[in-house]
Design a binder for this molecule. Structure first.
Ligand SMILES: Cc1cc2nc3c(=O)[nH]c(=O)nc-3n(C[C@H](O)[C@H](O)[C@H](O)COP(=O)(O)O)c2cc1C
Length: 437
């Protein structure tokens, strides 16, 4: 497949507006401005573009939920929080081709009648925020942003909003709270942001990669986009591969390529000739899959059928040397730290699960520990919490136990009972003198 989202990779000065214009950039915007906003929404719907932020919701359908008859202002938010372990593709777009993203944001904003847009970016991405600020300044200068863009009468202001470095702020409603200046705590849905979003107004939240696809769809048409990939899973996808492969990195491939092809052909195979043991297909919250699922097609539907999710496309590859108890402990350390604390099952469950797995790994596991982990996962997932962070740490627990439960059992069988804690002896003063309890 010809590079589409990463076509500017290798170009000198690929981030500058002059390079982008030389490659035909902002041509889609001119085309979009002679279309009706409803026709743009229809084109994106027909392309089959599904959100690249995790859930795979069709972008054109989401845009259609914005009530166009509402007198309230509409907003577009580009989600560049990208805090999920194993996910580093949006950063690549920002580094290589920020104007492609900006053009996508302008077209999407025009399509939903928004006059204000935000790029919400994780606080630690200092360099990326600087790149975006510079590209936005260039776009204002060339009249692609601001008042009366390209003399069409359409106005759009675009702001970079830096978060403070919390994973939960990637969740769209926590992100909205954060933009409003509040602590990033997720909201209950419904109402969905498309109807009640930032400042109580209709808001579309889309991932960086989703929006970066938009100029290409407008320029080359929905049918062209839909011809890439597989039915219901169309278009190019950025796969960010980490772990035990020879060439980790970001690869642009059609949706539906197999994980085997990604690992063996594009990433140069397993490091040191070791065997594949397991892989996490869509960022750390996606359930782990064993090596025998490596021929699964990397698309939303096939991965769901295999028992996991494509999520963000963050592929974490583990070889035969990986201790799966340690790997789960590693993941849970992240989730226990990042739970926002709003819902009890997630706040308590993530810490509790981490304690149990850590105890098992340290050689003090108890026979009932596996049942305890399963129980925690049951009570903190599938709608028991306000946002899906509960599912994000429970999916790993159940999948690690389903596929690699024997490793947990082996640890527990070999365990020595944890040393009993001695109660401290407190000096107590009484009328008859001091004695210990
Ligand atoms: C805990 C959590 C973290 C998330 N982090 C991100 C993120 O960093 N980037 C992102 O695009 N979506 C993230 N999402 C998904 C967003 O809530 C939302 O579905 C997405 O931005 C919508 O964009 P899309 O439709 O283009 O995929 C996260 C969801 C959850 C539950």
């Amino acid at each position: 497949m010809e590079p589409i989202l990463l076509r500017a990779r290798g170009e000198t000065n690929s981030r500058s507006i002059s390079t982008y214009l030389r490659l035909g950039g902002y041509g889609a915007l001119k085309k979009a401005f002679i279309m009706d906003p409803a026709a743009i929404r229809e084109e994106v719907k027909n392309s089959g573009l599904r959100g690249r932020g995790g859930a795979g919701f069709p972008a054109g359908v989401k845009w259609g939920f914005v009530p166009q008859d509402s007198p309230k202002p509409k907003y577009l938010i580009c989600n560049a929080d990208e805090s999920e372990p194993g996910t580093f593709k949006d950063r690549e777009i920002i580094h290589v081709d920020p104007h492609m993203l900006i053009e996508g944001i302008i077209i999407a904003s025009y399509a939903i009648s928004a006059n204000t847009a935000y790029i919400y970016i994780r606080g630690e991405f200092v360099e990326e925020a600087r790149i975006l600020e510079q590209a936005i300044a260039e776009a204002y200068k060339k009249k692609y942003l601001g008042k009366n863009i390209l003399t069409t009468g359409y106005d759009l202001d675009l702001y970079v909003h830096r978060g403070a470095g919390a994973y939960i702020c990637g969740e769209e409603t926590a992100l909205i709270e954060s933009i409003e200046g509040k602590r990033g705590l997720p909201r209950l849905k419904p109402p969905f942001p498309a109807v009640v979003g930032v400042f109580g107004c209709p808001t579309v939240v889309n991932n960086v990669e989703t929006l970066a696809c938009v100029p290409h769809i407008i320029e080359r048409g929905a049918a062209w986009f839909a011809s890439i990939g597989r039915p219901r899973n169309t278009g190019p996808k950025l796969f960010c591969v980490s772990g035990h492969v020879n060439r980790p990195g970001v690869y642009e491939l059609p949706l539906g390529v197999t994980f085997r092809e990604i690992i063996e052909e594009h990433c140069g195979g397993m490091r040191d000739g070791k065997a594949l043991k397991a892989f996490i297909p869509g960022g750390s919250s996606a359930p782990v899959l064993p090596a025998d699922k490596v021929d699964t097609a990397a698309d939303f539907d096939a991965v769901a059928e295999a028992g996991s999710m494509l999520g963000s496309g963050g592929l974490i590859v583990m070889d035969e040397t990986v201790d799966m108890v340690w790997a789960l402990e590693n993941l849970l350390t992240f989730y226990a730290h990042e739970s926002c604390g709003q819902c009890t099952p997630c706040r308590e469950g993530s810490d509790w699960a981490l304690d149990v797995v850590r105890r098992i790994r340290r050689g003090h596991g108890r026979p009932e520990d596996i049942e305890t982990l399963q129980r925690i996962a049951r009570y903190a997932s599938q709608g028991m919490t306000i946002c899906p962070l509960g599912d994000a740490f429970c999916g790993p627990i159940t999948s690690f136990l389903n596929h690699f439960g024997h490793e947990f059992e082996a640890y527990i069988e070999a365990a020595t009972p944890a040393p009993r804690k001695k109660l401290p002896i407190l000096p107590v003063r009484s009328g008859r003198g001091t004695f210990g309890l």
